[in-house]
Design a protein around this ligand. Structure first.
Ligand code: ACO
Length: 258
């Protein structure tokens, strides 16, 4: 951990060029030593190969759409914006879900999340990132919602890998709050945390902490009970703000990784 802390102190790459954006980075990322003297890196937005010079990138763009090391490069790029995460070079253990905006020039990556192929801790998402130029447009909530749809298909509950960053926690809290409030608003009669978890694939602990933060939980006779006064629900729903972009589950063609 100490080593990790030392690493995060000195930011190495100050800016990157990616597609039509020049982006200021936030944190250190352990690029190979030959990139140590680079203040700026040029990324191919399609295969994520990174180069020291713009001319190299221009040459590369001719045939750069195939690349075996995409996952590893994605991790290098992501680490520039992720503080608390260790970088896994062993990308074989993960699946990467990359979200793109598409136009007539091609598909432009806006963000991604990684997911362990097998998680013993019921993690359904390892790292999530929306690139800074695309943040606060609902893509984070979309990726989070998508990760829970995958968990539903697997018939499992899931939770994001810890620790969460401040922005990660804000985004997750926002997602959990909206999903739970929507159900509680529609549901008639009592509902348990277990039932909510079965319906949403959100882990019981995350449901409990979210409802506790909304003061919708009472502790009676040794049990947590949800107390959802409609007026309180309405107040919270108003404060919860916009929902994210909808995930159209009917378009999701996916089988769990075996
Ligand atoms: N200030 C205040 N609230 C914020 C901010 C911010 N800068 N960014 C996000 N939020 C909150 C808001 O409640 C927002 O909802 P709103 O816009 O309706 O108010 C909500 O989080 C999510 O907003 P989205 O637009 O859906 O999310 P975004 O596309 O911006 O992505 C993410 C969120 C992925 C956390 C992004 O901020 C990011 O990539 N950050 C850097 C990397 C990171 O910290 N990743 C999470 C690490 S933890 C993990 O990987 C398990």
């Amino acid at each position: 951990l100490r080593e990790h802390e030392e690493f995060t102190k000195v930011k190495n790459i100050a800016t990157i060029e990616l597609g039509r954006y020049e982006i200021e980075t936030w944190y250190f990322s352990p690029f190979p030593p030959e990139y140590n003297d680079c203040v700026k890196l040029f990324f191919c937005e399609f295969c994520l190969n990174f180069m020291k010079h713009k001319e190299q990138l221009q040459r590369h763009m001719i045939d750069g759409k195939k690349n075996k090391v995409y996952g590893q490069n994605l991790c290098y790029l992501a680490k520039l914006f992720l503080d608390h995460k260790t970088l896994y070079y062993d990308v074989d253990l993960f699946l990467f879900y990359v979200l793109c905006e598409c136009d007539d020039r091609g598909c432009h990556m806006v963000g991604y999340f990684s997911k362990e192929k097998h998680s013993e801790e019921s993690y359904n998402l390892a790292c999530i990132l929306t690139l800074p130029p695309y943040q606060r447009k609902g893509y984070g909530k979309f990726l989070i919602a998508f990760s829970y749809e995958l968990s539903k298909k697997e018939g499992k509950v899931g939770t994001p890998e810890r620790p969460l960053s401040d922005l990660g926690l804000l985004s997750y809290r926002g997602y959990w709050t909206r999903v739970l409030l929507d159900i509680l608003k529609k549901h008639k009669g009592n509902i348990s945390i277990k039932e909510l978890s079965d319906m949403t694939a959100i882990k019981a602990e995350d449901i409990l902490s979210t409802l506790q933060s909304l003061e919708l939980i009472q502790y009676r006779k040794g049990q947590h009970v949800i107390c959802a006064d409609p007026k309180v629900l309405d107040r919270h729903l108003k404060a919860a703000g916009r929902g994210g972009l909808e995930v159209d589950v009917s378009k999701l063609i996916w089988t769990p990784y075996k």
